[in-house]
Design a protein around this ligand. Sequence first.
Ligand SMILES: CC(C)(COP(=O)(O)OP(=O)(O)OC[C@H]1O[C@@H](n2cnc3c(N)ncnc32)[C@H](O)[C@@H]1OP(=O)(O)O)[C@@H](O)C(=O)NCCC(=O)NCCS
Length: 183
Amino acid sequence: MTGPASFSWPPAPIGTARLVLRESEARDRAAFVELFASPEVRTYLGGPHPRDELERAVPEVPGRRPGLFVVELDGAMIGTVTLEQRDAERPGRLRPDGGCTELGYMFLPEAWGSGYAAEACSAALDWFADALPGEPVALCTQVANAPSMRLALKLGFTEVMRFEEFGAEQWFGVSSPVAPHQR
Ligand SMILES: CC(C)(COP(=O)(O)OP(=O)(O)OC[C@H]1O[C@@H](n2cnc3c(N)ncnc32)[C@H](O)[C@@H]1OP(=O)(O)O)[C@@H](O)C(=O)NCCC(=O)NCCS
């Protein structure tokens, strides 16, 4: 068995040059609501959710599950990075059984354009390579999502396949497993 169920969670907070990656806390709730309500953030993710619905439905401590890192800058949440099991029923697979770990990322618009997403994803991938050595990571993004495509390539993901889903062309790539010291 491989994938998120196989690592111990949560890890100690991970510090990078500018950021901290950690488990979610109650103080992150407003930023979670903002991420899911933002038309900019949700442009390629099925559109924004109604804010009043989110205010009712988002739990007191949102996003507390294995594989979800809150990314913090100067003490405040700016986004999330996830390493979670990809739904085996969806197109895009690295193994015949369909199971694989997938990288996901969402950042608040005010945090775009500073390299924070790349810095956080890279740290999460390093952590994952230590936790499950040799385990590949998948990434799926709409081809039209140019910032996300740039990030995928910058992180070293390479194309496995493209397919149509949700009425859009999707890019499905894999990060070859490399030891953190090789990054
Ligand atoms: C996808 C997403 C995370 C990319 O964010 P981003 O800030 O563009 O990504 P990066 O962290 O790689 O930052 C790159 C940009 O920072 C700039 N930058 C500025 N200072 C930098 C620094 N110190 N180091 C690195 N890059 C820096 C780069 O030049 C680049 O700018 P450009 O986009 O104009 O070329 C963001 O657009 C997002 O959250 N989108 C909504 C959610 C989403 O669509 N997720 C995809 C799910 S599949």
